[in-house]
Design a protein around this ligand. Structure first.
Ligand code: PMP
Length: 330
């Protein structure tokens, strides 16, 4: 019989899928690493597993302990899934702008969710940063993974994502493209690919226009999960050879095309990474193999990227690209 002992044993080993329609005008082979096929639905399953195991090994997290993290999304799902197996309690702290749907996903895994006001500065005692710090101090046996500073975030990619890509491409990968949020993905995967290829693999970051990684000062931009207004410890600025800034409009247009033209229903940061990969591909030749990482799936964004009214309200939809209604085609 062929089965996993637990769903968390299925984290990683995600497939590479060739992009076809979107790459018609470029010469390289462009392969997407499809991270929504992780059991928690995103690339963050990888870091959750490794951060928890490292904290157990160091004694920071003990049996019966509580995981406290300011997160509303993918990292929370990964942590909650691993915590379920190991019997830890999870308390996630998020700002009130986070949709109820997202909070309910975390609750469905058995996590507790504490909601804090969005409209206060980070140093305010009610901000979600302050509340998560206070809960970590007050709850006995609490441990805060802190994905923005935890070295096991990039390490997880150094030990899993990087070696997987090298093996799957039989060492033929020439470029690796990823969006940058905490920087864990690009720093860990990029460092591995550079080491194993003796510097041959080029590493390219994709960043929302306005974020620090591409020379901005912070927000505002609408793509979620990527870009920062500070430099996290988990970002190794020695790894990326280049950072390509991508506008919200391009990120969302490519995200919608990935669903309609490639059958890949993915999140907005995936469209951003693919937009950067396509720009890079224009400068590359037929022997190049570009691997672009797609962090999560698109179901969490049906009310935004995939919603015509939302897209139009920001001016991201040209009239001809809107959904045809039944009355249009009759
Ligand atoms: N896309 C999404 C949807 C994410 O949640 C994240 C993580 N913040 C990223 C991209 C970026 O990954 P990383 O934190 O490893 O830089």
């Amino acid at each position: 019989m062929d089965y996993a002992e637990h769903v968390t044993d299925l984290v990683g080993n995600t497939p590479l899928v060739k992009l076809n329609a979107l790459t018609q005008d470029v010469e390289p082979l462009v392969l997407a690493k499809v991270e929504y096929l992780n059991p928690g639905g995103s690339v963050k399953d990888r870091i959750a597993q490794r951060m928890i195991e490292a904290a157990e090994a160091s004694g920071e997290l003990r049996p019966g302990g509580t995981i406290v993290e300011p997160t509303s999304g993918n990292t929370g799902v990964g942590l909650a899934m691993v915590a379920q197996r190991k019997g830890y309690r999870c308390v996630f702290v998020c700002p009130d702008k986070v949709s109820e749907d997202k909070r309910n996903v975390l609750k469905a895994y058995g996590a507790e969710v504490v909601v804090c006001p969005t409209a206060v500065p980070p140093e305010h005692p009610e901000s979600y940063y302050s509340v998560s710090d206070r809960l970590t101090r007050e709850i006995e046996g609490a441990w805060k993974p802190n994905q923005y500073a935890n070295p096991h975030n990039p390490e997880s990619h150094y030990h899993s994502t990087g070696p997987e890509i090298w093996k799957q491409t039989e060492g033929k990968v020439t470029h690796f493209v990823a969006g940058v949020g905490t920087g864990g993905t690009i720093s860990g995967t990029g460092r591995y690919l550079k080491e194993v290829s003796e510097g041959r693999v080029k590493v390219v970051g994709a960043d929302p226009e306005g974020s620090v990684y591409s020379g901005g000062t912070g927000r505002p931009y609408l793509v979620e999960g990527v870009g920062e207004d500070f430099w996290p410890d988990t970002y190794d600025c020695g790894v990326a050879d280049e950072i390509i800034p991508v506008s919200d409009a391009d990120s969302f247009t490519v995200t919608r095309r990935l669903a309609r033209e490639e059958g890949l229903l993915v999140g907005g940061s995936c469209g951003m990474a693919v937009a950067a990969a396509l720009e890079l591909a224009k400068r590359c030749g037929p022997d190049d193999v570009i691997v672009v990482l797609l962090p999560d799936g698109g179901r969490g964004y049906l009310g935004k990227v995939f919603n015509d009214t939302w897209m139009s309200s920001y001016g991201f939809l040209s009239p001809e690209s809107q959904d045809a209604t039944v009355s249009d085609v009759l």
